[in-house]
Design a protein around this ligand. Structure first.
Ligand code: FAD
Length: 418
């Protein structure tokens, strides 16, 4: 069979955004999409599903309905990649050739990396909004926390997608516990494997205030290593270089929200396209592979040093769409785009408030779209997050027509253009 002009691996937030654009612009069947899943998920909404503010149904669509009709959907997974020879191999052994490859298989949850976690999830208060299987359980356990008790929320030390979600669910739970009148008889603790409450100082300052005002006890450099569902004890390893580094501490829980450790997908791990950490080794600006010119990677799978979010993935897709389309059409008269590390994390702080972090992971500087201080808790930011962004996602992002808020920002907040 002929090589696809553009082949996308993965049709999640980043992949579908790129694939839909190319399917629209190129001839029928020139775009191939390799994606095993029957369902496409709007994962950013899962925090709100776990927090009882959205239904799970609203966050999913049949893959067949989001995959562009002009593209060829290969419902299978990639097992290995041969970038020197311009083909990938599927799990059934068949070979798919390409002229240009866009890698977007995301990052995988590593449940095995925390001892006892797989056996515990979904039972006796142990849950996670990170998985389609357990996100609804999270809400079930929150709304049934009628006796109160010890609630623990964790964030691992590995890179993860949406580094804000592990604490967002804590604030939503806290809000519900107040409504349930169990707040007084409960303690809420947040344990994170990293050394900060949030990576960017401006928003970290807000999150310290929010966590204090909600009386949530924050513990840095505590990495969850095991869960014992019988005695209901979570064990943390203390990281860093302090006097207690290396020690293990045990905490009892009645409710335990775990953010699993995450790792690169299997077929990338042993390939020649990744760096030592297992992420596809791309140029930070062009998202083009550092060795293989016709290979690009967008979203959670790549090495771009920024927070892994859908917001980042679609801006990265925009850069690749623009640069690659002009390359394919031999247009030399265009301005190449360069990705600036833009990412966004709506830090939900309760049932009607959000701290809308928008920043560059490269410079560490905020890049805010609106003209108010987005580090403040705001109802408008909540409305944007819970009502506007889901519509943008289903109507524009999956159609390849959402390139991030740059145009809106230029109009609303011209002085903050980075
Ligand atoms: P994904 O969207 O994960 O898609 C990867 C796709 O690749 C999947 O469809 C998968 O089936 C497919 N795939 C996997 N392996 C293979 C293979 N071998 N072959 C072919 N296909 C394969 N982002 C935000 O912007 N804002 C938020 O508020 C936010 N909150 C979040 C909250 C939660 C609880 C979670 C889980 C995520 C959140 N995110 C948020 C992060 C966001 O969902 C991801 O960063 C985004 O989906 C990344 O897009 P992607 O295309 O790289 O990967």
């Amino acid at each position: 069979p002929k090589a696809f002009k553009v082949l996308c691996v993965g049709a999640g937030s980043g992949g579908i955004s790129a694939a839909s654009f190319f399917a629209d612009k190129l001839q029928d069947k020139q775009v191939g999409i390799i994606e095993p899943s029957q369902m496409h998920y709007q994962q950013p909404m899962w925090t709100l599903v776990g927090g009882g503010m959205k239904s799970f149904n609203e966050t999913r669509a049949r893959m067949a309905d989001v995959i562009p009709k002009k593209a060829t959907w290969i419902q299978n997974s990639v097992a290995s990649i041969e970038p020197q020879n311009n083909f990938v191999v599927l799990s059934d052994g068949s070979v798919i050739k390409y002229e240009h490859l866009i890698l977007a298989p995301g990052i995988q949850l590593d449940f095995q990396a925390i001892e006892g976690l797989s056996e515990s999830l979904g039972k006796d208060g142990v849950c996670t909004v990170y998985s389609d299987k357990y996100v609804e359980k999270t809400w079930e356990f929150i709304k049934n926390f009628k006796k109160g008790g010890k609630a623990i929320f964790t964030m691992p030390s590995t890179p993860i997608k949406c580094p804000g979600a592990p604490q967002k669910i804590a604030y939503l739970a806290e809000n519900w516990f107040r409504d349930l009148k169990t707040r007084e008889t409960s303690t809420l603790s947040y344990y994170t494997g990293i050394g900060k409450i949030f990576g960017i100082d401006k928003y970290a300052d807000s999150m310290w205030e929010v966590s204090k005002s909600r009386n949530i006890d924050v513990n840095l450099l505590h990495d969850l290593v095991s869960v014992d569902p019988i005695s209901k004890v979570a064990t943390f390893k203390i990281l860093g270089s302090g006097p207690d580094a290396g020690k293990h501490v045990k905490k009892e829980y009645d409710f335990l929200h775990v953010t699993p450790k995450m790792k690169p997908v299997d077929f990338l791990k042993n390939s020649s396209v990744v760096n030592a950490a297992g992420f596809v080794d791309v140029n930070n600006g062009t998202l083009q592979h550092n060795k293989y010119d016709n290979v690009y990677a967008i979203g959670d799978c790549n090495s771009a040093p920024t927070s892994k979010t859908a917001a980042a993935a679609c801006v990265q897709a925009y850069v690749v769409k623009n640069n690659l389309f002009n390359k394919i059409t031999n247009n030399t008269n265009f301005s190449p785009l360069s990705y600036n590390g833009y990412t966004s994390c709506p830090l939900i702080t309760g049932k009607d408030s959000v701290v809308l972090a928008e920043f560059s992971g490269y410079s560490g500087k905020p890049i805010e779209t609106f003209f108010y201080n987005q580090a403040r808790e705001s109802k408008f930011s909540y409305w944007m997050t819970a009502d506007v962004l889901p519509q943008v996602y289903w109507n524009m992002l999956t159609a390849g027509k959402w390139n991030g808020p740059l145009k809106i920002r230029k109009f609303l907040n011209p002085l903050n253009i980075n």
